[in-house]
Write a protein that binds this ligand. Structure first.
Ligand code: 9MR
Length: 355
């Protein structure tokens, strides 16, 4: 009898150990959403990524993540002036067309980036010699050739990118020097003539850290709208950092929304190494703080009126693809996926922030 009881007890003990083990493996506490979760289906507005054409073509994992998780794409570089219009009389469409046809096949929205910027200009533009009407013609021809080429395929454009300095003054770009302060208004008019259905955005960075800059941007956009210039939206790049204050982020989002325009968080990334520490290593605490910042951004954005939510676009896909480490010569991990395209805590935070 005693022996039978002992055997029973041992059996129950072993069985409970086994069932514990089984419970854990079959029904783990979800550390991240189920593998079959699709980011864009969980969000009440479009969610996009900036796409690198080379990676899209050479890295099947990258391509698969883009196809699965996002329903809007922006060309990281393929639609910039130098990429599309390398010499005065030639246009190179192949990389941008590749992205557009990927989007059409896979039912993704394409946001065009960008028509007029002071960077990524070809030498023929920076060295161009001509009077103001020759410059005006150059600007108009570029905008209208590009917008016409993608008419009906690209839903929206960053028409003018980064026209302001952080102190709220108009950047003295080549465009302003050659064409005067009101070139911005004319860029929007030229784009509208070429595709009346495309939504037209002004896009810039620093809205969250420079109150004077965001005020200057908004007052320009409000005055353009009052003049009947066809501006539909404001793009806030939001290249931000894990320790940016929530107060600054909500001021940026809510003041943009106060314009009544569509609001695009257009180039989101949340840096973890803003102080350029070359030997920083990634910790779970940093990942958690980053997730909290993504959550706050999404939650704040989701609270603006629905009709103004154009979407949130992250600036590339994985930490391995981000522009930040190369630009600042430092390790960093600013995006939703790690270097192996596995979801980070920030991925789950995006979904939580919108729900
Ligand atoms: O991420 C882009 C990088 O690959 C390019 O070398 C760079 C210059 O064209 O532009 C980067 O993207 C920028 C975007 O076009 C505008 N806002 C700032 C982005 C990061 O620099």
């Amino acid at each position: 009898m005693y022996l039978i009881m002992r055997v029973n007890i041992v059996f129950i003990f072993l069985a409970s150990l086994l069932s514990c083990g089984k419970k854990e493996s079959v029904n783990p506490i979800p550390a991240s959403p189920a593998a079959d979760t699709i980011l864009f289906t969980k969000m009440p507005f479009p969610v996009g990524a900036a796409i690198n054409v080379n990676l899209m073509q050479s890295n099947p994992t990258y391509n698969a993540v883009v196809k699965k998780e996002f329903n809007s794409i922006t060309a990281e570089n393929a639609m910039k002036f130098a990429a599309l219009h390398p010499t005065e009389n030639s246009f190179t469409w192949s990389n941008a067309d590749y992205l557009v046809s990927f989007a059409q096949i896979n039912n993704k929205r394409v946001h065009g980036h960008n028509l007029v910027w002071h960077q990524s200009l070809p030498a023929w533009v920076t060295g161009f010699i001509g009077d103001s009407s020759a410059w005006e013609n150059l600007l108009k021809t570029h905008i209208q050739t590009v917008v016409t080429h993608f008419k009906g395929k690209v839903a929206s454009w960053d028409v003018v990118n980064e026209a302001f300095e952080d102190d709220g003054t108009l950047r003295n770009s080549i465009w302003r020097q050659k064409l005067g302060n009101d070139y911005i208004a004319r860029c929007f008019q030229y784009a509208k003539q070429a595709d009346p259905d495309a939504l037209l955005f002004y896009n810039d960075y620093g809205n969250e850290y420079s109150a004077v800059k965001r005020t200057a941007i908004l007052s320009l956009l409000n005055s353009l709208v009052a003049r009947g210039i066809p501006v539909n939206g404001i793009g806030m790049q939001m290249h931000t950092r894990y320790n940016q204050t929530d107060a600054n982020i909500s001021a940026a989002i809510n003041s943009a929304a106060s314009s009544g325009l569509k609001v695009h968080i257009s180039e989101l990334d949340v840096a973890l190494n803003p102080d350029n520490n070359v030997s920083l290593t990634l910790t779970s605490s940093l990942l958690a703080q980053q997730a909290a910042k993504y959550l706050f951004i999404v939650k704040t954005y989701n609270a603006i009126p629905s009709a103004q939510k154009f979407g949130i676009t992250t600036w590339n896909v994985s930490d391995a693809d981000s522009w930040i480490p190369g630009q600042y010569n430092r390790p960093d991990w600013p995006l939703l996926f790690d270097g192996n395209y596995l979801r980070k805590p920030a991925y789950k935070a995006m979904i939580e922030g919108a729900n």
